[in-house]
Design a protein. Sequence first.
Length: 273
Amino acid sequence: MQTIVKPKPFVKWAGGKRQIVDILIKEVPPEFNTYIEPFVGGGALLFELLPKKAIINDVNSELINAYLVIKNFPELLIKSLKKHKNEEEYYYKIRALDPNKLSPVERASRFIYLNKTCFNGLYRENSNGQFNVPFGKYKTPKIVDEENIKIVSEYLNTADITIFNSDYKEVCKLAKKGDFVYLDPPYHPLSKTSSFTKYTKYDFTEKDQKELAEIFKELDRKGCYVILSNSNTEFIKSLYKDYEIKEILANRAINSKAEGRKKAKIEVLIKNF
């Protein structure tokens, strides 16, 4: 019997779900219509579930361009990625390029290269929307994962996947009764010094968290299956007090201090079913 190799996230992403995907899978409804993920990020749950019909979205245009290029031009992307060098001077030269002046393939290549070679694989933008993470100084980063790019591309082409680069609210409006919506927003800070809630020039504030909670309730009223991930704070738990809340063990995958990676019940899963 042939083992099916599943696609995996092609970038490391702040708040990525690879480490807790086994927990998430157990919470997924056994049957649903369309899978909808308005904050797709690295897509760990998408690639584990492999739904036949899905709508994915992210506000980060660099990330969504990479999804589209992997879907439409995987071979050209692989060819471009093979040109990159794991050298500090070269890294800053590529980082300084304006992605808006590059072709979609070159832009995706730059984005993936920077993700694989930057410090801690952290995607972060300054207030002008410019990627500003320093060089990572890794000995042998895997800049070109040729096999995975091809597997991701095959899935995005064989399944019915619609890809958006929009506000999450617009994508949530598309949800219908019987759809499964997984909400994985930028997390509410566990402390005032937390830095994992901002990975684009746009902040996700407490006001945004409150708006998201109202959208969660709207989706519930529509008859959608909804799961939301967030940080284990009293503020978040108060917003979803009428729903099932599970505290889960997790560690932050992107943390410069080893002690910051210890597992603790720092995340919650919130369900309406």
